[in-house]
Design a protein around this ligand. Structure first.
Ligand SMILES: Nc1nc2c(ncn2[C@@H]2O[C@H](COP(=O)(O)OP(=O)(O)O)[C@@H](O)[C@H]2O)c(=O)[nH]1
Ligand SMILES: [Mg+2]
Length: 393
């Protein structure tokens, strides 16, 4: 269930248009979208500073809240004294986490510019008018508040560890999306302003924290400019960023770069490669230590590797696709497939070596690659019944 509270009914004549899924109010210059998760102690200062920085008749503030504390009540109470109209949209089902909340706010926003900022005052509210003014002046679709360009700093990051994570993820992202991010020094920024008419909210499929990256890659805004700012220490409360968010970020990056199916294929390849370790180890143990014959040992080692692969693939790669079959059913099919592969590869190997005259090692490699591709497709389409979906990158 979702509750939207309009605290101060819009005081202006509302002329609404719709661009994509956005409702626009032509008299509103900007909507400030603030995602909140247990930020009660930051609300009074945030609203006071935003109201001092922005004209009340050209602005609205939209909170999208996933809190488990009384943050929405605090916002309602503080909004009564705030000259700028404030809306609280509380989600009981926080789909997509922070990114999902921001997209929800974009859907609700009516201003010509949508400014996204955190509630904890790490983003100085006074910079909001500068972001919008720069966008208007330069004819940009997107204005990024940057900690990494002339004069910007990230001194507000809590410690060296956070600085390392922030630096590492920025570099990785810039390498992965070299062209799309040529003009963006801080793609991890949570502070930005986007021209509402350039947005295609329906294209966004946010996952976790990096909503700006999602927007740049999927929406491909026209002109992008940056405004430097000094990232501040958190005003009150605690960061919600966790190691789990870090893993989500890697998944997000892979989805954006490769699309869902190619991302799984790469994961499948890496896990398959990791299976070489238990396979070789078990083979060595059975042959060298236990003195077994190599043929049954190879079969048993293969079974062990297939089990290892299944454990990793089922828990890491297909976690969200497991509901269509039971564990036993998934395992038996996977196990059958993993070992049936031997039956296909041996004749193929013979064909390549005896029929075509290929070298044994080359032929073996070819059978492995062919088997890999066939097994992946069967895994994807037959075992987990994943329906392919095109992802534009
Ligand atoms: N609505 C919503 N807001 C969130 C969620 N996670 C974090 N936030 C908000 O997003 C902003 C940034 O989060 P924060 O914990 O400060 O991340 P950090 O700056 O990377 O440490 C803050 O305003 C949080 O309240 C979430 O799951 N849902
Ligand atoms: Mg923060």
């Amino acid at each position: 269930m979702t509750v939207t509270t309009e605290l101060q009914p819009a005081r202006r004549a509302v002329l609404r248009g719709r661009i994509g899924e956005l409702a626009l109010d032509v008299s509103l210059r900007q909507t400030v979208v603030v995602p909140t998760f247990n930020e009660r102690d930051n609300i009074p200062t945030l609203l006071r500073r935003l109201a001092a920085a922005l004209p009340a008749d050209e602005t609205e503030i939209v909170f999208v809240d996933d809190s488990t504390d009384d943050t929405p009540e605090v916002i309602r109470a503080e909004a009564a004294n705030c000259p700028v109209p404030v809306t609280v949209h509380h989600r009981t089902d926080p789909v997509g986490g922070l990114g999902g909340a921001v997209v929800e706010g974009m859907r609700l926003a009516r201003g010509a510019w949508i400014v996204v900022m955190d509630a904890d005052l790490q983003h100085p509210p006074e910079i909001v008018p500068q972001l919008v003014a720069a966008g208007v002046r330069d004819g940009a679709d997107l204005v990024v508040g940057s900690r990494k360009t002339g004069g910007g700093t990230d001194d507000g990051l809590e410690n060296g560890y956070r600085r390392l994570v922030s630096g590492g993820s920025t570099v990785t992202t810039k390498v992965v999306f070299r062209n799309a991010l040529l003009r963006v020094s801080d793609p991890m920024s949570g502070l930005f302003a986007v021209r509402a008419s350039s947005l295609d909210v329906g294209e966004l499929r946010p996952l976790g924290y990096k909503i700006l990256l999602e927007l740049i890659i999927r929406n491909r805004p026209g002109r992008i400019v940056e405004i430097p700012y000094a990232f501040q220490p958190r005003h009150a409360g605690e960061s919600k960023s966790t190691l789990r968010e870090g893993l989500r970020f890697l998944k997000h990056l892979s989805l954006l770069r490769f699309g869902a199916q190619r991302g799984r294929m790469i994961g499948f390849g890496l896990i398959g490669l990791s299976g070489l370790i238990p396979n070789q180890l078990a083979l060595w143990l059975m042959v060298s230590v236990l003195g077994m014959h190599y043929a049954p040992a190879a079969v048993l080692a293969n079974m062990l590797a297939v089990t290892w692969n299944f454990a990793l693939i089922d828990s890491l790669l297909y976690r969200n696709h497991r509901h269509r079959r039971t564990l036993t059913s998934r395992f038996l099919r996977f196990f059958g497939l993993g070992n049936a592969d031997l039956v296909v590869r041996v004749p193929l190997l013979a064909l390549l070596v005896d029929g075509v005259g290929a070298g044994v090692l080359t032929a073996n490699l070819i059978t492995l690659v062919i088997s890999f591709a066939i097994r992946f497709l069967i895994l994807d389409r037959v075992i987990y019944l994943v329906r392919p979906r095109r992802v534009a990158i």
